[in-house]
Design a protein around this ligand. Structure first.
Ligand SMILES: Nc1ncnc2c1ncn2[C@@H]1O[C@H](COP(=O)(O)OP(=O)(O)OP(=O)(O)O)[C@@H](O)[C@H]1O
Length: 251
């Protein structure tokens, strides 16, 4: 019996040590206004979480808190088992948490190459590695970011985040203003980033069915509460499950 217990303990320890980002009892919001609460997440290397929910559910606020742009109202965030100081974006970034914000935040007067050079603090990935993931950025290397199409700008925003060697990549509304056909091209690259580079990815995406196709897990926030969660393929197989949640949120 003792032997079984010690094997179980070893398995638990290994699982725990595989966890890259973990939050427990996390509450997020603005000042005294609580936007979402009781959020528990534990994600391991290479896992993709689709963070779903209707407008105003608190998805962006949660990503901003994980990135340290907002202080947590309660609970804690750990990266590789070590607690992150609340609301310290630079520390979170140094510890490998990188946010791709929905406005992309590019230097529009700098070229593609210059945008990437500015971001390359980790120097683990080269420009050639990026071109392998996003061939069109290679062809447009000397064009300014402001002259790129919306889809190319989004590629550049993700590529710039990759240059920081993210352990945890937070991607907010990647498809904002993009045609679905472009999103269909971009999302498989997100999967490749998780598989090849090993980053944990938390993805907020309006094209829910496309996000579910590349995600491992889904978590649905409604009015700041986790209303449902589970393997992405189970949500894909049962579209009514999400429809019911979204419809009930408007009642
Ligand atoms: N700077 C702010 N100060 C106060 N409240 C805010 C601020 N930004 C957002 N909120 C509020 O927080 C709540 C959650 O907003 P959030 O942007 O996180 O939702 P979301 O799920 O990302 O929605 P959407 O899909 O529309 O972007 C909303 O009620 C919103 O009005």
């Amino acid at each position: 019996m003792d032997e079984v217990n010690s094997v179980n303990a070893a398995v638990r320890d290994r699982q725990r040590s595989d966890v890259v980002i973990e939050c427990r009892g996390l509450g997020v919001g603005y000042g005294s206004v609580n936007v979402a609460r009781d959020i528990d997440v534990a994600l391991s290397r290479g896992q993709v979480l689709a963070l779903l929910g209707p407008n105003g559910a608190g998805k962006t606020t949660l990503l901003s808190t994980l990135a340290g742009l907002l202080p947590a109202l309660e609970g804690e965030i750990r990266v590789d088992g070590v607690k992150l100081p609340s609301g310290r974006a630079r520390v979170a970034n140094k510890r490998g948490v990188v946010l791709v914000p929905d406005d992309r935040a590019l230097f529009t007067s700098l070229t593609v190459r210059e945008n990437l050079r500015v971001a390359n603090s980790a120097k683990r990935l080269s420009f050639d590695d990026i071109v392998e993931l996003f061939p069109s950025l290679g062809r447009r290397r000397n064009i300014t970011a402001g002259e790129l199409s919306g889809g190319e700008q989004q590629m550049l925003a993700v590529a710039r985040a990759l240059m920081q060697d993210p352990k945890v990549l937070l991607i907010d509304e990647m498809s904002m203003g993009l045609a679905p056909v472009i999103v269909e091209e971009l999302l498989p690259v997100v999967r490749r980033i998780a598989d090849d580079i090993g980053s944990v990815i938390i993805l907020v995406e309006q094209h829910v069915h496309l996000a579910l196709e590349i995600a491992d897990e889904a978590m649905v926030l409604v009015h700041g509460e986790v209303r449902d969660r589970g393997p992405a393929e189970e949500f894909s197989a049962d579209p009514h499950r999400l429809q019911k949640i979204y419809l009930s949120s408007t009642l």
